[in-house]
Design a protein around this ligand. Structure first.
Ligand code: SF4
Ligand code: SF4
Length: 610
């Protein structure tokens, strides 16, 4: 009789699970395919460290992360136990009296205690401490799931004490089984579906941060406009979000009090997929304003423990708006500059030529030069950053590096790509690729992290691969023989990691090594190394009208963080960070004494004195 009841219950609950899961599977299957398995070796490695070892979960929040990892490892460890007990209960096969099952139960006992400790910590944190990223209210669902997990562990442990043939023993077994079945039915419609989906989404996450594949205009692709345009990986991501809020608390826009919240974007996507019409406009779901607040810093994607990719969604939605002529006004001027003059400032190329001539630069010749120096829009036209480039040239000359530049450069296309103007990006990229192919450099050197990312990663999607290095990396290698530079007496320093160099490029040690080598004492700001707080320039926001933004400026928040280190000098390594942070300084009361220096200018100054 009890076997029959268990069969009926199992079939009922499995059917409930399957029905809810099927709705989500159908939505993934109906979406345009955006799933790629490129670079499988990296994906397997990341699966091992981020799913099996829970690195990403533990890294940012060690204590709650470890508590979560204990629950996860327990969940996995109990898989075989649950299956074995159900096989017995359903009358299929009884393996519960075997020696190995006894040994397995013994081995599971410490897991059960660890899971109980982990879940108790997580419930207390959620219900009593309530960190802001978890939302204002304690969800009933979280409490129920926590209670279920605790009940499973307690009933397992009681199994050692109770005679399984006794009434108490049988009641204990049934409570355990019923909780598992209820858990199964609850999972797909809750954030706990991540238990099933996150190993898949982590594996499918692009090895490249902020990977936004090119649009294929021959296939009439224009970007994301309505719900049914969302790609299959994005749809899968929407059902995987565990609502931990790590993306939210690391987002500089949210941190500066703006409306953009990457967690909300994912949850709104989920709701739109499940409840809204398939032709609902994305700009209506997220609000246009919010879509233009993203700096594309990549913090959300980089911190997400379950492999969710926000940038294909955010930039894809911008593409949809741009294709309909709905870009904000401030981008119109920049697009115009790119179209007419191929640079973001709209300046005439004579000015670049003047800088090239005044700096004594040669036109690159692969037979004569070791590297091609890519000036970028900032290097070609921005007086302040040209000082940094002149320092780089002096370092290169002092170390006998032979270098040249292209006779003409266009903007690499980053501001067009990240703001969703894909057509303009592809035009600029293809023209630059043609020139670079003709010039045949083996190595490109630049001081702009955005150029490193775009030429190094994004141009590869057009089949053009070249080694491109940031000046901090190149010069660090070039000056390794230098020892014993006296400590700089010019005061204390702090270093601002540019998002596109550190988070995207992983280059966090080289700038610090250079600063240390040349005698700077560096105080680290909060949010440093591969998780810096953005300066606010990326994603076209360099051109935004700051006065119209809600909340405070991202650059003001970052400047304050840098100033709070107490350092007298802020070292930058990106032209756009420098512009934003200097702009923030002008509006910060009493901050006039803070100095700025570009990394190359600092190194060259110290090298000259050495
Ligand atoms: S990329 Fe940066 S600014 Fe954009 S949503 Fe993510 S964290 Fe926020
Ligand atoms: S998107 Fe990722 S980081 Fe953000 S709340 Fe969801 S699971 Fe957490």
């Amino acid at each position: 009789m009890s076997t029959l009841i268990l069969w009926l219950l199992v079939l009922g609950f499995v059917a409930a699970f399957a029905a809810q899961a099927a709705t989500r599977v159908r939505l993934v299957a109906a979406a345009p395919n955006t799933i790629s398995l490129e670079n499988p070796a990296f994906r397997v490695w990341r699966f091992l460290v981020d799913v099996v070892l829970q690195r990403q979960t533990i890294r940012e929040r060690p204590v709650p992360g470890l508590a979560h990892a204990l629950v996860f490892w327990g969940f996995v460890a109990f898989g075989g136990y649950t299956v074995t007990e159900f096989l017995d209960g359903l009358g299929i096969v009884d393996l519960t009296q075997t020696r190995w099952f006894y040994a397995y139960r013994v081995a599971l006992t410490p897991f059960a205690i660890a899971v109980l400790a982990g879940i108790a910590f997580l419930i207390v944190r959620r219900a009593i401490f309530r960190p802001v990223e978890l939302g204002k209210t304690v969800s009933i669902e979280s409490v129920v799931i926590g209670f279920f997990i605790a009940t499973l562990m307690v009933t397992f442990l009681l199994g050692w004490r109770l005679d399984e043939e006794s009434t108490a023993g049988r009641a204990n077994w049934w409570i355990h089984a019923l909780v598992i079945l209820a858990f199964l039915a609850l999972i797909p419609a809750s954030k706990h579906f991540h238990l099933v989906l996150s190993p898949i989404t982590v594996f499918l996450k692009s090895p490249e941060l902020g990977n936004v594949p090119n649009l294929d205009f021959e296939k009439e692709q224009v970007g994301l406009e309505v719900v049914k345009d969302l790609g299959s990986k994005t749809v899968l991501d929407a059902f995987t979000c565990v609502e931990c809020g790590r993306c939210q608390v690391n987002c500089p826009a949210w941190g500066a009090g703006k409306e953009l919240n990457p967690k909300a974007i994912i949850l709104q996507t989920q709701e739109a997929l499940l409840t809204g019409p398939r032709d609902a406009k994305l700009a209506g779901i997220y609000s246009e304003k919010v879509l233009w607040q993203c700096t594309t810093c990549g913090a959300c994607e980089n911190q997400c423990p379950v492999g969710i990719e926000h940038l294909p969604l955010l930039i894809g939605s911008r593409r949809g708006l741009v294709s309909n002529g709905d870009a904000p006004d401030y981008l119109g001027g920049m697009y115009n500059n790119l179209e007419r003059r191929s640079n973001i400032w709209g300046l005439s190329y004579d000015q670049r030529q003047k800088f090239v001539d005044a700096s004594g630069l040669e036109i690159f010749d692969p037979a004569k030069h070791d590297v091609l120096v890519w000036l970028g829009c900032a290097g070609a036209f921005e007086a302040d950053f040209q000082k940094s480039l002149r320092s780089l040239f002096e370092i290169l000359r002092a170390r006998q590096v032979k270098f040249g530049v292209l006779s003409k450069e266009r903007c690499n296309g980053d501001p067009a790509k990240r703001t969703g103007n894909e057509y303009m990006y592809q035009e600029l990229a293809n023209a630059n690729i043609e020139d670079l192919k003709a010039a045949r450099p083996k190595k490109i050197l630049t001081s702009c992290p955005h150029c490193v990312k775009t030429i190094g990663d994004d141009y590869r999607k057009f089949g053009y691969a070249v080694e491109i290095v940031h000046s901090s990396v190149f010069v660090e290698e070039l000056t390794r023989d230098i020892r014993g530079v006296a400590p700089d007496g010019g005061g204390s320093y702090t270093y601002h990691d540019p998002c596109y160099l550190s988070r995207y490029g992983g280059k966090v040690d080289e700038p610090r090594e250079l600063l240390a080598r040349f005698g700077a004492q560096v105080s680290e700001p909060v949010r440093n190394r591969d998780n810096p707080y953005c300066c606010g320039a990326g994603g076209g926001l360099l051109f935004a009208d700051k006065e119209e933004e809600p909340g405070s400026r991202i650059s003001d928040v970052r400047f304050k963080q840098l100033r709070d280190t107490g350092a007298g000098t802020v070292v930058t390594a990106c032209p756009f960070c420098s512009i934003m942070l200097k702009g923030a300084q002008t509006s910060a009361p009493g901050a006039g004494d803070v100095q700025f220096v570009d990394l190359m200018t600092f190194v060259n100054g110290r090298l000259a004195k050495h």
